[in-house]
Design a protein around this ligand. Sequence first.
Ligand SMILES: C[S@@+](CC[C@H](N)C(=O)[O-])C[C@H]1O[C@@H](n2cnc3c(N)ncnc32)[C@H](O)[C@@H]1O
Length: 192
Amino acid sequence: MDDYDQPENSDDDIPINDNAGAQLIQKLKTYLAPGASLLELGMGSGKDLNLLSQSYVATGSDYSQDLLDCYLRRFPKADLILLNALTLQTVRKFDCIYSNKVLYQLTPFELKKSLVQQHRILSDKGILMHSFWYGSHVEDFHDTICTYYTEQTLNEIISKRFELLEIQKYQEIRKGDSIYILLRKSTHAVHL
Ligand SMILES: C[S@@+](CC[C@H](N)C(=O)[O-])C[C@H]1O[C@@H](n2cnc3c(N)ncnc32)[C@H](O)[C@@H]1O
């Protein structure tokens, strides 16, 4: 992503990149046709869902009912479901599953389990796009365990059930602090 090429920022001059979600969605559009059905995991305030809804038949989700209620007060007709990214208890299927800085709150073991469930609810040749914080450490942030991922640790988790389309570092706050993956559901039969 272009921002990654910018000069390194000093700690006392940190530009917040409010545009990071918009840049991810621009990239997603090169793989996912307009009008496709899309599920966002961990939508939070819904800033990305608003953008995704401009091009896709977008369904928002989060495991916090409070956050869903908050969005529904602003957009009563929104299609939202209460979903834990770990279990994805829904029978619905989607052409794409998207998340922005959500799955880093799963351990690598949980992320693997989530990807099995994502595979289940993804249409044939469906697309996944997920962003993470970049690094190879684990942090306890206000009692939430946060796992940082690299190209290598993500590749180890993805396995053969998905074809890797792109894996790329980018900048959200500091140079190279983030990474996204774009995957396509593999058409080959695989052992799950
Ligand atoms: C850091 S916020 C990111 C919100 C939004 N994606 C954004 O970019 O602004 C993480 C969001 O993921 C949700 N979340 C965390 N773990 C989750 C899980 N296991 N299942 C579903 N949502 C989860 C939180 O409730 C929160 O809304």
